[in-house]
Design a protein around this ligand. Sequence first.
Ligand code: ATP
Length: 367
Amino acid sequence: MSDLVLKKITKVFPDNTLAVSNLDLEVQSGEFMVLVGPSGCGKSTTLSMIAGLEEPSSGEIYIDKKLINTFQPKDRDIAMVFQNYALYPHMTVYENMAFSLKLRKWEKSNINKRVQETANILELDSYLDRYPKSLSGGQRQRVALGRAIVRKPKVFLFDEPLSNLDAKMRAVMRVELKKLHDRLGATMIYVTHDQTEAMTLGQRICIMNNGEIQQLATPIEAYKNPNNLFVASFIGSPQINLIDGEIILKQDQYHFSSDLFKIPINKKYILNQIDMNQAFTIGIRPESLKVFQHDNEDCLFQGNVDLIEPMGRETFAYIASNNQRITAIANPYDGLNVGDKISLVFDEKNYSIFNKQSGKAIFNSKT
Ligand code: ATP
């Protein structure tokens, strides 16, 4: 097991594209770290610099406290798994997995032992004589994992390894990857643009945008206490509700006030000094807005159902109100219909308030 440290890593491509900017990241030994963010945010470039496929413009990369910037990819003791599997089509599963050990001139009996051991972990034992073309997508991805595992590298890097699989197989492979991590206890860095994958796999997630880290936290911490508007809207499905308003102070009591509602806010959760002249945005997760089909004395605001999405266990109800679209969670057995007038009751313990201009969280009720 090994730790990995990135110190002030910057990558500017020859055409002056700033892909990664001053990135500091410490991945602990044995940790499953996920880099997540929208397309073009610099995740793959970061991974490529760790692997040695791209050279940083500045900054330092350490594995086990050793500076590896000048090391060739093959000397970094890193294994990388890509989305397109990159299997050799003319080699069997066995040969694909044995290839890197052969290159390293391992003895045949040792190769055989390690490949069998790995095939066993990945339940590929009965496929060793097959060629990649006769395997399913999930099986191919397991072979790609097997190729990475046989070498017992210091660090595993994954670049969107599940994105070629259908939704069902992705869910299966997510579980397998998690089990694999538990079993190997290896340091893993995993890149994805899919927040569900990040939330379910990462022990910590590093949320990136425009080449910079927006938040580095456990999945639940990022979900509950987002640092800024970007993280709040990127993490969580369905998306968080963002409602613009202002903060007013009346008789020593702060209120958040919008076109839809006004609520008192507890001073003790305010993170930063509030400049009252600024515009603010409140973020409320859909599950914090409960739908009632009759008047309710705790009603925060009322609206008409614009659209419903039955998900089975719950129903997403979309409400159009004052030009804002709000998402709430309804009981699927309540028989909600489009056009119904509903009352929304707010679980006040769960919300964040952001400075609209800077995007920074100024209030997290969950801290
Ligand atoms: P995706 O999820 O789409 O793969 P990403 O977050 O992995 O995106 P990168 O591939 O790291 O993003 O790209 C970061 C930025 O650097 C993007 O603006 C991209 O266009 C740019 N970029 C990547 N490779 C090069 C290159 N070789 N030359 C110039 N610009 C590049």
